[in-house]
Design a binder for this molecule. Sequence first.
Ligand SMILES: [Zn+2]
Length: 467
Amino acid sequence: MPIRLYDSLARDVVDFVPLTPGQVSMYVCGPTVQSEPHIGHLRSALVYDLWWRWMEYRGLDVTMVRNVTDIDDKILEKARDTNEQWWQLASRVEREFHKASDAIGIRRPASEPRATGDIPAMLSLIERLIDRGHAYVADDGSGDVYFDVASWSRYGELTRQKPEDMEPGEASTGAKRSVHDFALWKGHKEHEPETAAWPAPWGRGRPGWHLECSAMAARYLGPTFDIHGGGLDLRFPHHENELAQSAAAGDDFARHWVHSALVLVNGQKMSKSLGNSIFAGDWLEKARPIVIRYALSAAHYRSDIDLHDGALEEAEKAFSRIEGFVERTRDLPEAHEPLPEAFSDAMDDDLGIPEALGVLHETVRRGNHAVDDGDTSLAAQCRSEVVAMLDVLGLNPHSAQWAAQSGSADSGSEHLDTLVQALLDARKSARESKDFGLADQIRDVLQAGGIDVTDTADGPQWSIRGS
Ligand SMILES: [Zn+2]
């Protein structure tokens, strides 16, 4: 059975057939790095991490590109408030985003191009649009360039709207021919920093947000690629505009559009004005990163997650049941079971993680009964299936990722893991050559450093004492 996905453009679940057999090219809209990442940013990034992992499990080689919007009206505005250079703010927030997404095991994409790093690609896309009669330079001397919506009859195809029924995406400046036209290039303004402008044939300035993604997707993945992803809130106007620009410039662009739903807090959208945003940092202080990953994976990616009070505690409880089973069966012989078919079927069917987790929890239940009944072979089989399912979801508590983090998500964890692994390897060699004195000495060194080592059937596991 092929992987099936809900394509927002087709408005249907379709069979996913990659453009190049065995390969997947995926572009995902990344963060605009203006203020610290919230749970919605993490959820969106996690959804595509899960798609990537599942496709990889199905033997596909995924090339993921996720941009960083590091120049934007909001970034310039915010930098004035925080008294930083805009590029300083953008870099700082980008690091915060990485720290939080690394903590919950979201893999880094093949490339994370920054908008400011690909200005030439954006300039040449604008030139193509002007040449083809789909963009114009404003005649007020501002240096702005706009997409001419009236020149593109397909405009509105992604969200199935006609321009006359649409909300204008941005305030009209008076230089636009129509309220629906949107900026491809924003001419430099007096009050803006000199560093926020790049030379262009129609006057120095900076790229419009929508244009960045069109230019970068094509630059890294080609004029046609498999999947364009992003949060549902980006569908209009951002993705509608991306599609219009790229198609009007002659690119086939994305073959499928995938959108992830939002994160609500007690039924309401997170917003600055409501002051109800949950920041990644808040959660990372309250819960273990692996539990946060579980909490944000559990809903279907096309369903909003409504974070009510106690949601994190519920996730902790549910995940602890899984962990408890893995823990109590850790000494059973390895069974090497494949993924249960019901789990794979659910994942193939538009990444049906709720059903897949249903299979996981059911296997945990069966496994626990088997342990209680003394049925070691069934318990070992269930354990093996559970671990296989957790591996695919990036939730195996014994994988190197989480062992290295155990309780601390700081940037030193990777280095610490390398050091501890080197010592454990040395201890293993010492034991193999029956030098038990040396083996014990190494263990003492680790213990003096606050590292507890437990020997298990899967080899030694380590943790930081007290975490
Ligand atoms: Zn985008």
